[in-house]
Design a protein around this ligand. Structure first.
Ligand code: ADP
Length: 357
């Protein structure tokens, strides 16, 4: 309490002598915004930025160290993702746009029956763009993006998982509009309660309490996105809360082609449109992440063809362009990571609990 009073006084004194700083002090910083220090000259001196959310009333019961941790490790400040960066998934993208992006942008229109779901679930094989979608939603809504893996709550923050959940929701509430992305949500909200560890059970209970208590006001703009590769492990409580459940499948040939083209954009290459199309046909069953690995492997081809004695001295522009044969070779090394068996399970779960597409 004492610390808080002195902090407030210091903040007020600072504001009185630096009125220009009012613009940045306590203002919500979005995922894609660069931190602008209110301290004159701090940028040049590379001082550790002071976060002013610590002065927020809503955070008074939260451990300042946790707030700091969330602001430094969990808020994602990476480059903003655009819809076009995500290949394929047209249907999922349009459902998400209507169900959550517009409501976050226009909460005044999306009230009553149009009120958006508080939570959505993205499920499907690993590496199909679930995280990309979460980042994209945040960027499109100019929202702060909080990204945490549910398994880290039970392992990395061991003993503190419960507090972490509470702190996460409190900080997100202060940073609205906000998107909380929880990867591997199955490990938090799984149905296997009998053999569950006591600590895990407490984290789960805290999560449900926080979820239900969050964003209850008309003005609140908080979205929780859960992602999982194992939707069948989610229990009824999780399904009930994550109202919209979208299947994020493996990319179709067109999407695979777009992924290759996008990734090759910054590489010297001599692939024709037809060759890219052909590679897209040959990669049935590859996930987006597999496609990325394939392209990285192919991009190594030109480097491997440089004689060992020249690798240190060769000029960059003397390294030959990536060609179709590099991809043919790479196809031998990079195999699809998702089995047909797994795919069948997703389709089945989608038919029972998904949005029906
Ligand atoms: P996950 O579904 O496991 O969350 P990610 O979104 O983290 O998968 O995707 C991992 C990587 O795979 C991305 O960084 C991107 O390079 C690539 N990727 C996956 N899906 C797509 C997609 N639909 N379009 C473009 N790139 C994709």
């Amino acid at each position: 309490r004492v610390a808080k009073i002195s902090f407030k006084t210091a903040k007020e004194a600072f504001l009185a002598s630096n009125p220009a700083a009012r613009r940045t002090l306590g203002a919500t910083r979005k995922a894609q915004n660069k931190f602008v220090s209110p301290m004159i000259g701090a940028q040049e001196k590379q001082e550790a930025p002071e976060t002013f959310t610590t002065g927020d009333e809503r955070l008074k019961h939260i451990d300042p160290k946790m707030i700091e941790l969330i602001e430094s490790e969990i808020i994602d400040k990476g480059t903003p993702i655009m819809w076009d960066d995500i290949a394929g998934l047209q249907l999922a993208k349009s459902v998400i746009q209507e169900a959550v992006v517009w409501p976050l942008l226009r909460p005044d229109i999306f009230t009553g029956l149009r009120r958006p779901p508080k939570g959505i679930l993205l499920f499907g094989p690993p590496g199909t763009g679930k995280t990309l979608i979460g980042k994209c939603v945040a960027a499109q809504c100019h929202a702060t993006f909080f990204s945490i893996s549910a398994s880290s709550l039970t392992s990395k923050w061991i003993g503190d998982g419960e507090k972490m959940v509470r702190a996460l929701f409190a900080v997100a509430t202060c940073h609205q509009p906000a998107v909380i992305f929880i990867d591997e949500i199955d490990s938090l909200l799984s149905a296997r309660s009998d053999s569950e560890h006591e600590a895990t059970r407490r984290i789960k209970t805290e999560f449900l309490v926080q979820f239900d208590g969050a964003a209850t006001g008309e003005e609140d703009r908080l979205l929780i996105i859960g992602a999982t590769n194992r939707p069948q492990e989610l229990d009824e409580a999780a399904r009930r809360r994550l109202v919209k459940r979208l299947y994020i499948p493996l990319p179709e040939a067109d999407a695979r082609k777009q992924i290759i083209s996008n990734l090759l954009r910054n590489e010297t290459n001599d692939l024709t449109e037809q060759q890219i199309e052909h590679i897209a046909q040959l990669t049935e069953g590859y996930s987006g992440a597999d496609m990325r690995s394939l392209c990285s492997e192919a991009a190594m081809g030109p480097v491997r063809s440089v004689p060992l004695s020249q690798i240190v001295s060769i000029q960059r522009d003397k390294v030959r362009p990536v060609c179709a044969q590099d991809f043919i070779n790479a196809l031998q090394r990079v195999r699809p990571s998702v089995s047909q068996d797994d795919l069948g399970q997703y389709v089945k779960w989608n038919q029972t609990y998904g949005q029906g597409f």
